[in-house]
Design a binder for this molecule. Structure first.
Ligand SMILES: [Zn+2]
Length: 255
């Protein structure tokens, strides 16, 4: 199974590396810059200003080493990274936490996903659709266990205008990371396109797995209703989306 998983992930990586990338992956918010760097099939968020940076998600096992040259290309010093926020405790987001901690960076996860990451095993979820059922056979295997720092309350990082909101839905501990109330990293509350964003990355779709998909979709509706200035929405796979794209899609599925 492990060989099979590696093969599938390798194929996805190759394919994603070749896929088109039409939308900007950088947003300037005053002196704060927001980037999304795709490593394997996962978007890693980089939020930074001079001398200070926060990251969102790390990706699969081995992702950190692949990500470091990308961070350097953005002219962000790894020593300036204060912390990493994990959107939720799945292996393609939390699979390389120890490598990040070894670099001296605090990694934070919502406490409701503690067990999955401590055990290195994705929690049980609904499997939605045929593609999900096939993927489930390959990509939900064990991942390296880790012990991130845990939070239970929403919090802000004032210097970088970052706000972290617990929403649940995809997993019990899923969070949304908002930057200056304008750019949102929403993890796996939805996905962009098929096969991890390989096909049609800018088409919003129901994610393959949810503990409770209605909670995920309502969280996205609440995000739009309560944060009227949000204009760019990054799923962890594929994307990005405009506010209008997510609005139209949510309405189409009854939210
Ligand atoms: Zn997930």
């Amino acid at each position: 199974m492990r060989d099979c998983t590696s093969l599938v992930l390798f194929g996805l990586t190759l394919a994603l590396g070749m896929s088109a990338c039409g939308s900007p992956r950088r947003t300037a918010l005053g002196d704060i810059e927001v980037h999304a760097v795709r490593i394997d099939s996962t978007n890693i968020g980089v939020i930074h200003r001079r001398g200070q940076a926060v990251l969102v998600d790390v990706g699969l096992e081995g992702a950190w080493e692949k990500f470091l040259p990308e961070l350097e290309a953005l002219k962000v010093d790894v020593d300036d990274v204060d912390r990493m926020i994990i959107t939720h405790g799945h292996g393609d987001h939390a699979g390389d936490i120890e490598a990040v901690q070894d670099a001296g960076i605090d990694v934070w996860l919502h406490a409701d996903d503690e067990a999955a990451v401590a055990e290195g095993q994705n929690s049980d979820t609904e499997v939605i659709g045929l593609e999900a059922a096939v993927l489930d056979l390959f990509v939900t295997g064990p991942f390296p266990p880790s012990t991130p720092k845990l939070f239970a309350e929403d919090f802000v990082i004032p210097d970088l205008k970052v706000a972290v909101h617990h929403v649940g839905g995809h997993t019990a501990g899923s969070v949304v990371v908002l930057v200056d109330d304008k750019v949102a990293f929403v993890g796996d509350l939805l996905r962009g396109g098929n096969l991890g964003g390989l096909v049609a990355p800018e088409v919003p779709l129901v994610h393959y797995f949810h503990v409770d998909q209605d909670v995920s979709h309502q969280a996205l509706r609440d995000l739009l209703d309560e944060h009227k200035d949000v204009h760019t929405i990054w799923p962890a796979h594929g994307g990005p989306f405009t506010r209008d794209q997510v609005d139209t899609w949510l309405t189409g599925i009854g939210f």
